[in-house]
Write a protein that binds this ligand. Structure first.
Ligand SMILES: [Zn+2]
Length: 558
């Protein structure tokens, strides 16, 4: 194994402690010395003068469950200094899955996580059925970075109950016992925790809620109890009508199990201050509750071929997943439009994206990518509607129809910068909800490490470099039980990044067609991330990724 010393850099060690000039020696994949390392100590030298040396970043909220099959580099995350990802969030993944449910799982992933069915069909090697088998397959796949996996509740439920029951009702006592058993087996096989979702936006085929949304409190508590029995791991529970954040905190307190809440995001739960209020309510209960917040102003680029945000409106839910022709026919049908408009008005108050302010939604939504409306790029739908006449929803439908549904509408959430700043800098939150590997057609927040270092640290100076690095490495690693990662300390695994604090940043998102079956996605690259090491092996040198580097491992909290 390699033996080398990084010399001349400024070490920000991931604990939040002040930066210091220090050398870092790596031997046999581990950090063997930090400080003034004499030149006589052997090995080679790597000059990192002028650069900050930090732990590799740990992204605890990703959806690489399928992508790991065709993208060993786990991009774009690995481009941004991320050296460990945790996948299987929000209750979704691809294991355990019985062969007869594969199509249903892929259709659900398309709707819920924005992955294309054709890409999934040609990209996944379905050579597994159980979660332990899946994890063994992923262990054997080449990986540029480390990967930890959650057991996804919706998949466990579908596996135990079958499609009809999983998508329609609560579990019987016998089914609940099986859900516990399968979850326990997955933890024993090396999962880092469990994930479940109650989010109203998680709608499967034909507008049916995803399986985890049919769970009752008893079933969610059973998942928490399973972790308590195992004695390690964290569970992700999303917001939703089943439980308030206080009740979730109470569960954590009662069972002594850490819970990460997805998520506290301004603009999603009501007027300014609501997300901060949710954080206060949850953390005041006690327990180990870790609400996630995004560093990014979550901006989506949605097409009406997968009108994710609009799935709460029944008329849209009806056509979800029916294919472009059926959708276009509905969008053109005056009676369908009439229903959609009426339903939008009546449920505007209950949907997180409209949030009771339909006009505001269309003022924050503009034409972004288009095959024909070039003069409308960047123009707000409210303004297009004013010029053309008609309701902005009808104008959105018309624009999409004229463009074969290809037009992408860019939606800025109803955010409040002051509140985001508070949440991003509040140590009671964790940085998450960036959804790498999901919604790849409409957003790219996986670039958040380079973005955070550029925007929040260098430009806004809302947090110090030390705080930002801790928030992206030491803090998540500790909370997720990844004891070997996240800080620069002797004896720890050598996951390291060397970046230039003056130039680090992300590039503007661009569309790439590099997924199986010509699948497209938005990607953002990094600048200023000069060197990366994973488990002591270099994966990037002088800003260029080393081809074929695959030192990543499946890791867990044991
Ligand atoms: Zn997610």
């Amino acid at each position: 194994m390699e033996h080398f010393t990084l010399r001349g850099g400024t070490v920000v060690d991931g604990t939040g402690e002040p930066a210091q000039r220090a050398d870092v020696t790596v031997a046999d994949g581990r950090i063997s010395a930090v400080g003034d390392v004499p030149r006589s100590s052997g090995g080679t030298d790597v000059d990192v003068s002028g650069l900050v040396v930090s732990p590799g970043f740990v992204d605890i909220h990703t959806h690489f469950d399928a992508q790991v099959f065709w993208d060993p580099d786990l991009t774009p995350s690995s481009w941004h200094g991320v050296t460990t990802v945790v996948q299987g969030n929000c209750g979704f993944g691809i294991a355990p899955t019985r062969p007869k449910d594969r199509e249903l799982v892929m259709e659900t992933l398309e709707l819920v996580e924005g992955m294309r069915v054709d890409t999934l069909r040609s990209g996944i090697d379905w050579c597994f059925e159980t979660f332990p088998q899946y994890l063994d397959v992923v262990r054997a796949l080449p990986k540029r970075i480390n990967l930890g996996a959650f057991v996804p509740h919706s998949m466990v439920r579908l596996y135990v109950m079958g499609a009809d029951a999983a998508f329609s009702r609560t579990a019987t006592d016998a089914e609940l016992a099986d859900i516990r058993h399968i979850t326990r087996e997955a933890m024993d096989a090396g999962a880092v925790g469990i994930s479940t979702s109650q989010a109203p936006s998680h709608q499967g085929p034909q507008g049916r809620p995803v399986p985890s949304r049919f769970a009752d409190v008893r079933e969610v508590a059973a998942l928490v109890e399973t972790l308590a029995e195992v004695g390690r791991g964290i569970i992700e529970i999303t917001y939703g009508p089943l439980m308030e954040i206080e009740e979730v905190a109470q569960l954590s307190k009662q069972h002594g199990v850490p819970i990460t809440w997805g998520a506290v995001l301004p603009g999603l739960f009501g007027p300014p201050g609501s997300a901060m209020d949710m954080l206060e309510r949850g953390t005041s209960v006690g327990g180990q509750l870790w609400p996630q917040t995004s560093t990014r102003f979550i901006t989506t680029q949605m097409s009406l071929e997968n009108p994710y945000q609009w799935s709460r409106v029944p008329a849209f839910a009806e056509v979800l997943g029916r294919g472009a022709d059926a959708m276009a026919a509905a969008y053109a049908d005056p009676s369908w439009r009439e229903r959609a408009l009426a339903q939008m008005e009546s449920i505007a108050d209950q949907t997180d994206f409209l949030d009771g302010d339909i006009d505001g939604y269309f003022r924050r939504t503009s034409v972004e990518e288009t095959g024909c409306h070039f003069d409308l790029r960047g123009v707000r739908l409210a303004d297009v509607a004013a010029a053309r006449g008609g309701h902005p929803l009808e104008v959105m439908l018309d624009l999409a129809l004229e463009d074969g549904l290809a037009t992408r509408f860019r939606n800025l959430p109803r955010t409040d910068k002051a509140e985001i700043t508070e949440l991003v800098t509040d140590p009671r939150t964790v940085l998450g909800a960036h959804d790498a590997g999901a919604h790849v057609d409409m957003l790219c927040d996986s670039c958040y490490p380079s973005y955070t270092l550029r925007y929040w640290v260098r430009e806004e100076q809302a947090m110090t470099l030390e705080q930002a690095v801790w928030r992206m490495s030491g803090q998540p690693a500790a909370l997720w039980g990844l004891a070997d990662r996240g800080t620069i300390e002797e004896g720890k695994a050598a996951d390291l990044v060397a970046f230039d604090p003056e130039t680090v940043g992300e590039t503007h998102p661009e569309r790439a067609w590099d997924f199986p079956a010509d699948g497209d996605r938005l990607i953002a690259r990094s600048q200023g991330i000069e060197h990366i090491w994973v488990n002591g092996t270099p994966t990037r040198q002088n800003g260029t990724d080393l081809e074929g580097a695959a030192p990543g491992m499946v890791i867990d909290s044991r």
